[in-house]
Design a protein around this ligand. Structure first.
Ligand SMILES: [Zn+2]
Length: 121
C-alpha cells in the first residue's frame, strides 16, 4: 500500500515532480499529501501530479529566517494557487513577482533535499 506522506512528497520533489493526492470519493486535491481526505474523510486516495504552474495568491518577505536559509535572507515566500486549484507555499526566486503574477515551480537543492520554490513563468 502506498503511503501518502510528506516523505513521499519530498522524494518526488527530488525528481523535480510536484505530486499531491486526489480524493477518489469527492475529487478534493491535497498538497502536500495527506493520509485521508480533509474534506470528506475518505481514505480512497490516489497520487496526482501537478504541472507546477499557477498564480501568486499571497506574498511575504521573511526577515528573520530559519537557520538553514540565513544566507538567503531576506527572502520571499509565496502562496501559489496552482492551475489545478490547489494552493501551496514555496520560496520566491524572483523579486519582481507580485500577487497575481504567473509563476512556475522550481526545485532548489539544499543539503538535506529539495525545497519547492517559484519563479516567473
Ligand atoms: Zn474527499
Amino acid at each position: 500500500m502506498t503511503e501518502y506522506t510528506v516523505k513521499a512528497y519530498k522524494d518526488h520533489l527530488m525528481n523535480e515532480e510536484l505530486v499531491g493526492v486526489e480524493c477518489k470519493s469527492c475529487g478534493h486535491l491535497m498538497l502536500p499529501p495527506r493520509p485521508l481526505c480533509n474534506k470528506c474523510g475518505s481514505m480512497d486516495l490516489g497520487w496526482r501530479q501537478y504541472m507546477g504552474k499557477g498564480a501568486v495568491a499571497a506574498k511575504t518577505v521573511i526577515t528573520v529566517p530559519l537557520t538553514r536559509f540565513q544566507d538567503r535572507c531576506p527572502y520571499g515566500v509565496v502562496i501559489v494557487t496552482l492551475d489545478e486549484g490547489v494552493s501551496i507555499s514555496g520560496l520566491l526566486l524572483d523579486e519582481n513577482i507580485d500577487v497575481g503574477s504567473r509563476v512556475e515551480a522550481a526545485y532548489v537543492k539544499e543539503e538535506d533535499g529539495v525545497v519547492l520554490a517559484f519563479k516567473a513563468a
